[in-house]
Ligand binder design. Structure first.
Ligand SMILES: O=c1ccn([C@H]2C[C@H](O)[C@@H](CO)O2)c(=O)[nH]1
Ligand SMILES: [Zn+2]
Length: 295
């Protein structure tokens, strides 16, 4: 997504960077392949109030205002209108202009404080909300609202801003994985691995690699943890920590099995003196999953 920024109020570069990434994910999640552009004005409360008054007749400040420039047919959104988007393609711009957004930075910061989360998370949420409007979503009728919320959630989780990560909790999970590594049954490889899987209901499931004299029957630490979890009724996960003696990102089989239940999962790996983090979406791009056979 091409963003034409108008920064009228000082905004951190890392916030803007994360917003750009979230904007790209909006198109991806909506399945829009056309090159699209929007303009985003980061402004103060007075400016957004003036725009709200001028264009909507509402004389008060707000967090985000969206002005779509594409007219979608009733009940349709950008992803289901590829032909319409092609018609809207602007040769000069080299993209389809979806519309304008205004975000009040002080309003965003105040809301972040009120909700007790980061400005980054609030800024990304407001942008995603605004872009959803520019893609044809609305929240007036209950059904529309449900669809809009579901799309927002999908985008926010792809951008991994569903929750702020907590370094202390991560360290606890890593330590649990290191402990689990001690249970490893690996007489053939002598390569112990431990895993600790955090489910969204707050439970932690551990696993280790379990080898066999018939080598091919080995089960990795990650799948041990995951199968234990699923068999205990946990079906949704946000983080897995993996401990080994060298850097060990999950093998291909484990990536695929994790993708079934937690395509957005964060993966932390640790080996003596080190910790690294990646998303499963980085390790298994374009993965085949439970929804791949829809349509
Ligand atoms: O991510 C990995 C990579 C390997 N192993 C195990 C399988 C086998 O027991 C040993 C050597 O491959 O390590 C895991 O548990 N997880
Ligand atoms: Zn594996």
């Amino acid at each position: 997504m091409l963003i034409d920024w108008d920064i009228r109020y000082q905004t951190d570069d890392d916030i803007l960077e994360k917003m750009q990434a979230a904007a790209d994910l909006c198109l991806k999640c909506e399945n829009v392949s056309a090159h699209c552009a929007i303009s985003v004005c980061m402004c103060d409360d007075e400016t957004i109030q003036e725009i709200n008054r001028q264009y909507r007749g509402i004389d008060r400040s707000t967090d985000v205002l969206s002005f779509p420039s594409v007219r979608y047919p009733e009940g349709k959104t950008a992803g289901s209108c590829p032909a319409l988007l092609r018609q809207e393609y602007d040769d000069e711009y080299g993209s389809v202009f979806l519309g304008d957004l205004f975000i009040s930075v002080p309003h965003m910061a105040a809301q972040a404080r009120e909700y007790g989360h980061s400005e980054m998370r609030e800024a990304v949420y407001l942008l995603v909300h605004g872009i959803c409007h520019l893609m044809g979503y609305d929240h007036i009728e209950d059904d529309d609202k449900k669809r809009m919320r579901a799309m927002e959630k999908k985008i926010l989780s792809a951008a991994s801003v569903t929750r702020d990560t907590d370094p202390e909790k991560d360290e606890q999970l890593l330590e649990t994985a290191r402990e689990a590594m001690k249970k490893s049954y690996s007489p053939y490889s002598s390569y112990p691995v431990g895993a600790a899987l955090h489910s969204t209901d707050g439970r932690i499931f551990t696993g280790c690699n379990i080898e066999n004299a018939s080598f091919g029957l080995t089960n990795c630490a990650e799948r041990t943890a995951l199968f234990k979890a699923v068999s205990e009724g946990a079906l949704s996960f946000d983080t897995i920590a993996i401990a080994a003696t060298t850097k060990a990102w999950p093998c291909g089989a484990c990536r695929q099995v994790l993708n079934e239940f937690a395509p957005d999962i964060r993966i932390l790996v640790t080996w003596p003196g080190h910790v690294e983090e990646k998303k499963l979406t980085e390790l298994l791009p374009e993965g085949f999953g439970p929804h791949s056979m829809d349509q």
